[in-house]
Design a protein around this ligand. Structure first.
Ligand code: SF4
Length: 415
């Protein structure tokens, strides 16, 4: 579930391109993170609303040619050294091995990867369990990849079928082992809960299987029904019932308790890690740092501006703008939006938010906002949902209603 896709963005003139957006951004110190979107998949999973196309392999080469041009165009705005790279999709592990070799060589030539090589940064590639081979893992490891995020989703065949995920659950353990054998020292698993028909006992079994693989990081997201997905259409046709809210809350609590007992802790509402094994790239998103974006539908955040690359591969392959992508959405820096985003993502983190800096930014945005935000924080503390400290950090019970709390804080920014 790449957070790169989750940021709300408005429509902007279709003629814009990333080069025009970056022209207003300083090149130094540069964005410390880079997201790359690989749009190919075996087939379309029924719950998925990420941009992906069913791969026939015949356009992979053209895609990598185009991606290399884009990376070359973006490189002057990248921090030297780069801190994190995340290759998501789609199914990046579906790219042909020869194309992976080319892409990794380009990255090494265009960017300073010394911090990643020293183990102080992070280079993650998302993998589908079916596509993990010894050859691919060895290529990734030699190219500096030090973390794989494996889309397990479930270990229950009926639930995988309900999601239209087509992999053998046994291949998840195999993928973890192959990554380790190749020297990729960090592994993460993605799981989905609240799948139609799923019982707490079945979810417990999924979690126990995931924990038995001893990865340092697990992400667990409740199934969401996005507009225009096959899953939502099936729900509307009455083919199944969605999990109700109280079952979903029970499954969430079970997740937290079991994963904690397994030695990982929640550092974000849906993300669990051993100490020090948090996903550094996703933390850059959630802390509202800066990142460059390459590939169709990838979203960038540089110099307070946000934009999203054109989602269609055909549009992306168009080379009109010296390597830069066409962008369909663009937002100028906006203090109110930046504050809202800080609240939205920061409150979901275990580290919470530094109230002093948020209140200072709120005061510069709207003079009455700091007093209103402080009143909301005081009330939430009295209700036991916010911890009693200078940082705004949700308690265990507050995390259960994190979305409501974010809305309360954001309302305090209104005129
Ligand atoms: S593999 Fe991932 S990106 Fe591709 S269709 Fe399935 S959920 Fe979407």
């Amino acid at each position: 579930m790449p957070p790169n896709h989750s940021l709300p963005i408005r429509q902007a003139p279709p003629s814009a391109h990333a080069g025009a957006a970056l022209a207003a951004c300083p090149k130094s110190p540069g964005a410390a993170s880079l997201y790359i979107h690989v749009p190919f998949c075996f087939h379309k999973c029924h719950y998925c609303d990420f941009y992906s196309i069913v791969d026939s392999r015949d356009r992979q080469s053209a895609f990598v040619d185009r991606l290399e041009l884009e990376l070359r165009a973006l490189a002057p705005w990248a921090a030297r050294p780069l801190h994190t790279i995340f290759v998501g999709g789609g199914t990046p592990s579906l790219l042909r091995p020869d194309l992976w070799r080319r892409l990794l060589a380009s990255l090494a030539g265009l960017f300073d990867l010394s911090r990643i090589a020293a183990g102080e940064g992070e280079f993650t590639v998302e993998c589908n369990p079916e596509t993990v081979t010894p050859e691919l893992m060895s290529i990734l490891a030699s190219g500096g990849v030090d973390r794989v995020s494996i889309g397990a989703q479930s270990f229950n065949e009926a639930h995988l079928k309900a999601l239209e995920r087509r992999h053998d659950p046994d291949n998840v353990a195999r993928a973890v082992e192959l990554a380790r054998a190749a020297g990729i020292r960090r592994q993460s698993l993605d799981l989905i809960f609240a799948i139609p028909g799923q019982t707490p006992a079945q979810w417990r079994s999924d979690l126990e299987t995931a924990l038995s693989l001893n990865t340092e990081h697990i992400s667990c997201y409740a199934l969401t029904y996005e507009p225009n997905t096959a899953m939502t259409a099936r729900l509307k046709r009455g083919e199944f019932q969605r999990a109700d809210e109280s079952l979903e809350a029970d499954l969430f609590l079970l997740t937290r308790d079991l994963i904690r007992a397994g030695g990982l802790d929640a550092y974000e509402v849906s993300n669990f890690a051993r100490a020090g094994a948090e996903c550094r790239h996703n933390l850059a998103y959630w802390r509202q740092e800066e990142w460059l974006a390459a590939g169709p539908s990838a979203s960038a955040h540089v110099g307070g501006r946000r934009w999203k690359n054109a989602p269609r591969l055909d549009d992306y392959l168009d080379r009109s703008f010296d390597g830069f992508s066409t962008i369909l959405d663009f937002e100028e820096p906006d203090a109110g939006r930046a504050l809202s985003e800080r609240l939205m993502t920061g409150l979901r983190l275990r580290e919470g938010l530094d109230s002093t800096t948020v209140l200072a930014a709120a005061g510069a945005f709207r003079p009455r906002a700091p007093a209103r935000l402080s009143r909301v924080a005081d009330r939430l503390r009295r209700q036991g949902w916010l911890q009693d400290s200078d940082r705004w950090t949700l308690t265990d019970s507050g995390i259960l209603i994190a979305d409501r709390i974010v809305v309360d804080f954001m309302a305090a920014l209104d005129p």
